[in-house]
Design a protein around this ligand. Sequence first.
Ligand SMILES: [Zn+2]
Length: 354
Amino acid sequence: MPFRQVTGHRPLLELLARAVSRRSLPSTLIFAGPEGIGKRLTATALAQALNCESPVSFGAYDGKIGGQPSSHDSEVGGQPTSLGNDACGVCGPCTRIGRGVHADVLVLEPGDSGSIKIDQVRDAIDRAAYRPFEGRRRVVIVDVADALVGEAQNALLKTLEEPPPSSVFVLVTSRPDLLLPTVRSRGHRLRFGALSESDVAAVLTQDHGFSVADARAAAATSDGSVGRALEENTEEAIEARDTAARVLHTVAGTTNPQRRLEGGRALAGSGDREDVWRRLLALSSLLRDMSVLASHADEHLLANADLAPQLKSLLRAFDAGRAVRAFSAVDRALAAIDRNASPKIVADWLALQL
Ligand SMILES: [Zn+2]
């Protein structure tokens, strides 16, 4: 999948595309950021852009040309003059890299043991010492790089200190702090952020066959991670969003504490921590949309556009100020659950705050 088909992360993608076209890519990159947001996908896109037989200009196909030049603090590529190079996605090398069978693109990932063993690293290092076999640049992608056992990191470090010409190492990790400081300092770190909910929903419909309604429900409880949305049971996500919407209706219409606590009981359900967490994320997503609606912003910005009529009917009770206050109350509730507070107590507290 070329850069232009990767969802989100636009400034980072532009940075990489420019570095490819200027041949200024550092030999070691660390792609850091939450799970399931497209870091490894971007590493594969980078390998394709480096080895494509007929590169195209980044952004040439999707009409999104002209994004602001990146203000990212990275030095990859320097000042932008063009959008940089992207892979065609269809030539021999692009296809083989996409299928994971290109001779010069190696992927190291944890085996059944959950860790990346030193033998795997040695094998990759041996191969990286030779000139690329079929392409221009050898790319070694270490996925879940924090799973490298200590001695494997040390073995890798020696190579990163004196990188073989034509080789690029990409360490992909959601926990960069688990890498040895010496390894970290060798790599140029790119920080990937969580995706927006609409980006998550778009990936789910385009690449994973979700219906629009299912995708939006799953995105609302995904914390900006496609990986998390895919792990989620869609039915649970839909239940969470339905419950959250019902609770908002319950609390919107009444100041009576007893009635409000009914909302709390619905949020708490059986008191299962994961369930409550999902409902709170869904609630947070709905409240964010209410602020959007209250400020008369573009409805395209709504993460739950399919529920727009319902949310609008709540606006009489929830003006922008109340939506924002409720949103921060949900945030505090999430933090409390995270600190292991009782889900039922948190749900009751929240129902009185909304
Ligand atoms: Zn190509």
